[in-house]
Design a protein around this ligand. Structure first.
Ligand code: LMR
Length: 320
């Protein structure tokens, strides 16, 4: 039986962590690509040498040649530059758009049947551009953000309520920027929505508001602490959940930057919404109902994404 092939485009901190988790889970054989000579080879070899201790048989290799991603089932794209303290994700648009062009062309040529997960920032605009540059079907190109933002939200809520993270569900929708929309009504402790938990005296509105604010700024908090780069463990874990759901046709329902074709009143843009991920890629969009206030927050987030897409079109006229 042929093994799955997972191509990781970018061998930085997220790329290396992705390679390690994918190998440990035996999701498939891993090709780690980066233009920086030595880095992907070194990381692939290092992880391979941990396999006998951990007991897994995934094969890993590093490369600078796009031809080596040929036939990949999944491509996870982290290539590009992370932000530094004091920067917003949006500041990366010019530099990372150029990277998406090269990556999109490489994937189109060598792995046109792959399920592509983009992590590069500013996420919602980069995944939109990557889909355009690659020409892959919109259901096969998605962005990783909502799972990460929701996971941050879940972690903070688990701490606040002193319960297992496994008992916390949470939804963060919208764009992956300061305008993201953590939805308290759709977030639960063991199925009980947060507003009810507050009413039962388990927390207060002020505390939940502070958690919502911290979630929105979650990426920046890590950037401020690390100083030399951005988060990598949680982003990698999130993307692996998406890859696994695709490869195993698990059909998990998770918030991701998905292509919207009229859903949520959005046309032709990528925005964070809950989707079903299975063998068909982004198989279905779950359209939750918003209150007026939630709708206004979501729209604000969509507008922020739209501004970034317009900026991309100005920088790269072929996208217009
Ligand atoms: C994150 O949320 O951790 C990533 O988008 C990286 C960043 O710059 O915040």
């Amino acid at each position: 039986m042929a093994r799955n092939k997972i191509a990781l485009i970018g061998a930085g901190m997220i790329g290396g962590t992705l390679a390690h988790i994918a190998a440990q889970k035996e999701l498939g054989d891993v090709v780690l690509f980066d233009i920086a000579e030595g880095t992907p080879e070194g990381k692939a070899l290092d992880i391979s040498q941990s396999a006998p201790v951990d007991g897994y048989d995934s094969r890993l290799r590093g490369t600078q040649d796009y031809a080596d991603i040929a036939g990949a089932d999944v491509c996870i794209v982290t290539a590009g530059v992370p932000r530094k303290p004091g920067m917003s994700r949006d500041d990366l648009v010019g530099i990372n758009l150029k990277v998406m062009k090269a990556v999109g062309e490489g994937i189109a040529k060598h792995a046109p049947n792959a399920f592509v997960i983009c992590i590069t920032n500013p996420l919602d605009a980069m995944v939109w551009a990557l889909q355009k540059f690659s020409g892959l079907p919109t259901n096969k190109v998605v962005g990783m953000a909502g799972i990460l933002d929701s996971s941050r939200f879940r972690h903070f809520l688990a701490e606040e309520f002193s319960v297992s993270v496994e008992s916390v569900t949470a939804f963060v929708l919208g764009g992956h920027g300061d305008t993201m929309v953590p939805l308290t009504r759709y977030s639960t402790i063991a199925g009980v929505p947060l507003p009810d938990m507050i009413e039962m005296g388990w927390s207060s509105q002020e505390k939940i508001d502070a958690i919502v604010d911290r979630t929105r700024k979650g990426g920046g908090e890590i950037v401020g602490l690390l100083k030399t780069g951005s988060a990598f463990y949680a982003p990698a874990a999130s993307a692996i959940q998406m890859a696994e759901s695709y490869l195993k046709d698990k059909k998990v329902v998770v918030p991701c930057a998905a292509y919207l074709d009229g859903q949520y009143g959005v046309n032709g843009r990528y925005v964070g919404v809950p989707i079903v991920i299975g063998e068909g890629g982004a198989e279905r969009v779950l359209e939750v109902k918003f209150t007026e206030e939630e709708q206004a927050m979501f729209q604000n987030s969509v507008n922020a994404v739209e501004e970034l897409v317009e900026a991309c079109k100005k920088i790269e006229p072929s996208l217009a």
